[in-house]
Write a protein that binds this ligand. Structure first.
Ligand SMILES: [Zn+2]
Length: 111
């Protein structure tokens, strides 16, 4: 599958996922902010082969009274929902260095 076809599928999945995530956040007393659905190739942060640079990843940040929720486990229900949308979707909470706010589509072994 071409990268552009994957990007289109990721975009579709993201559009399905966001309303669920927003309602989940509302029900649990959080505010939700998304970020990094695209990272410019010249950005100096992050991995050089990041799925963010390929437009195959995004972050959903949960805010509790304006403070970022950094405990990846809090994001687990969102991660499970994301993974259930497509078998190639990956949740950062399962990474060796957990990153609960990271939601991506795997590409050439990179998530
Ligand atoms: Zn990320």
């Amino acid at each position: 599958m071409s990268l552009s076809a994957k990007q289109a599928e990721f975009t579709r999945d993201w559009a399905v996922f966001l309303p669920y995530a927003i309602l989940w956040a509302d029900r649990h007393g959080y505010r939700l902010v998304m970020e990094e659905t695209y990272r410019h190739p010249t950005a100096t942060h992050g991995h050089p082969n990041s799925t963010h640079r390929m437009k195959l990843a995004g972050h959903v940040l949960l805010l509790d009274n304006g403070e970022l929720v950094s405990d990846s486990e809090v994001y687990a229900p969102l991660g499970q929902r994301w993974e259930n949308i497509h078998p190639d979707n990956r949740w950062g909470g399962r990474f060796s260095s957990p990153d609960g706010c990271h939601f991506s589509r795997t590409h050439n072994g990179i998530s």
